[in-house]
Design a protein around this ligand. Structure first.
Ligand code: NOJ
Length: 532
């Protein structure tokens, strides 16, 4: 039963903690700030907040370089502050999901400091050390995700260590049972504090080829692409042994009631769905990022929905994502008008939706002046549009100084339009995208067909995508029609109850449906009087 499982019927809201709300006045968002703003996710109607990493970190990759898996960075607060946040979120009926970053630690983590101290150190094998190639160079051709080789020479011990990301993020050796045990203990530390689940960072990376074979070249690579894409990541990630590792992690969660394991996975569909586990003992939700990379046309979206539905294992619960802290903002990718269509799509598809903070107010990428760039990827491969700062800017809450985000100097600039585009203003506007998100979420909560019904494709002709959601038990059936184009389109449907339009200017009984440009509608067809 979908409704019995919160992470199936619920909606996840991602908070990038540095940019949500600053409670301390240092210009960087923190846990007390999040607590102060819990009214917002509650008012919006989401079920869970996922908080990007808040652990102690030198911030080489803004928290994705963890120096202690069982503490809170002072920039974000303290364990006491964390406990308060969890308690208050729970009191409001909100679940709390943490980001877990097991593939790599910070090079400042005591484990790595020990590991690099000598070849004989008991923690040496907690990381991935290899001898140099015969010419003294790196052991193989693997590349790092943020540019350059994935190997850095440690002069002192004469070996290279592997890092799939920055040299400051050495990869842990997940083939070592001691590492697995330590990481499971870290998971339990947070589960015991009441955390409702984890989003696991780059989960498909944890196991690498046992023989460290070279990756093959990528024939599609172009010089303007990211350096990492020169090679196909055949041997450096997504190895067969990974599934047992994920299953062990899942077993740790399964010892606690109602916890969720979400995996961050960028892989083609057939390999993505393998992360549910052959016996559903893997991730509950392997993140489905297809909408992020889709051509924004009705036929392309219809095709990817159909392929995803077909690829899902029978017991696998779907999920959908429009954006996150690593991708361009949805409103920037497809434009403000289509961002409303995207909202309706996200909240009417079958499966758990994840919403990125700020997308509900239509936030766009913010241009970052060169002297304010923070993201290490932009610094290492400048000018290629790889930097992620533009999608990580502070949430504008109101029209006051710095949008009410901080009393200090914000770590990244706010969007220049924050005086118009902010939560307080859009919440009062009956036709804003924020009102649309709230109405869509309320409708999803009210309509079992949207939460739990099967997906029934109807058509994808020209610019209009039409599908239905059917709930057999209640007999409830809803039709969704989305206009991806700029022309008016008449729908082949008889009288209906129009439950919601993306324009938020009409509802109620209609004898026929004419979709305006970039309009989406949710309809309850009146079956007995249908024209067709
Ligand atoms: C994926 C995270 O989402 C991204 O922000 C981070 O830089 C890398 N993993 C490395 O942890």
């Amino acid at each position: 039963m979908v409704d019995a499982v919160w992470w199936k019927h619920g909606i996840v809201y991602q908070i990038y903690p540095r940019s949500f709300q600053d409670g301390s006045g240092d210009g960087i968002g923190d846990l007390s700030g999040i607590r102060q703003r819990l009214d917002h996710p509650e008012w919006l109607g989401v079920d869970a907040i996922w908080i990007s990493p808040i652990y102690p970190s030198p911030m080489a990759d803004f928290g994705y370089d963890v120096a202690d898996y069982c503490e809170i960075d002072p920039v974000f607060g303290s364990l006491d502050e964390f406990d308060l946040l969890v308690a208050e979120a729970h009191a409001r009926g909100l679940k709390v999901i943490l980001d877990f970053v097991p593939n790599h630690s910070s090079d400042q983590h005591p484990w790595f400091r020990e590991s690099r101290a000598s070849r004989a150190n008991p923690k040496r094998n907690w990381y991935i050390w290899r001898d140099p190639a015969p010419d003294g160079g790196p052991p193989n051709n693997w590349l790092a995700n943020f540019g350059g080789s994935a190997w850095t020479l440690d002069e002192h011990t004469g070996q290279y260590y592997h890092h799939a990301f920055l040299p400051e993020q050495p990869d842990l050796n997940w083939r070592n049972p001691e590492v697995r045990r330590a990481m499971h203990d870290a998971l339990r530390f947070w589960l015991d504090r009441g955390v409702d689940g984890f989003r696991v960072d780059v989960i498909w990376h944890l196991i690498k080829d046992a023989q460290f074979r070279d990756n093959p070249p990528n024939p599609a690579w172009q010089p303007h692409n990211a350096g990492i894409d020169r090679l196909l990541q055949v041997h450096s990630a997504d190895q067969p042994e990974i599934h047992a590792v994920v299953a062990e992690m899942r077993a740790v969660l399964d010892a606690y009631p109602d916890r969720v394991l979400i995996g961050e996975i960028y892989l083609p569909l057939e390999r993505l769905v393998a992360y549910y586990g052959a016996e559903m003992e893997g991730a509950h939700l392997p993140f489905n990022f297809q909408l992020i990379f889709a051509d924004w046309t009705a036929p392309a979206i219809a095709k990817l929905i159909a392929e995803y539905e077909a690829a899902l294992p029978a017991e696998g619960w779907p999920n959908w994502v429009l954006g996150n802290h690593d991708q361009k903002r949805i409103a920037t990718r497809i434009g403000a008008a289509q961002a409303r269509i995207a909202a309706m799509l996200l909240l009417t598809l079958r499966g758990t939706p994840t919403l990125y903070y700020g997308d509900e107010i239509g936030m766009e990428n913010v241009a970052i002046p060169a002297d304010r760039v923070q993201d290490p990827w932009e610094r290492r491969e400048p000018g290629r549009g790889l930097g992620r700062d533009p999608a990580r800017t502070p949430m504008p809450w109101d029209g006051s100084r710095h949008g009410g985000f901080t009393t200090g100097e914000p770590w990244l600039p706010l969007s220049p339009d924050f005086a118009q585009r902010n939560v307080a203003r859009l919440a009062e506007d009956p036709q804003s995208i924020l009102t649309l998100y709230r109405d869509l979420i309320a409708l999803r909560r009210a309509q079992v067909a949207l939460r739990a019904g099967v997906h029934v494709p109807i058509s994808a002709e020209g610019d209009v995508l039409v599908y239905e959601r059917h709930d057999a038990a209640s007999g409830s059936r809803l039709r969704i029609a989305l206009n991806f184009g700029e022309e008016t389109r008449r729908l082949d449907i008889g009288p209906a109850q129009l439950l919601l339009s993306t324009a938020l200017d009409r509802a109620g009984h209609v004898d026929e449906v004419v979709l305006r440009p970039a309009e989406g509608v949710i309809l309850a067809p009146i079956a007995a009087r249908r024209a067709t």
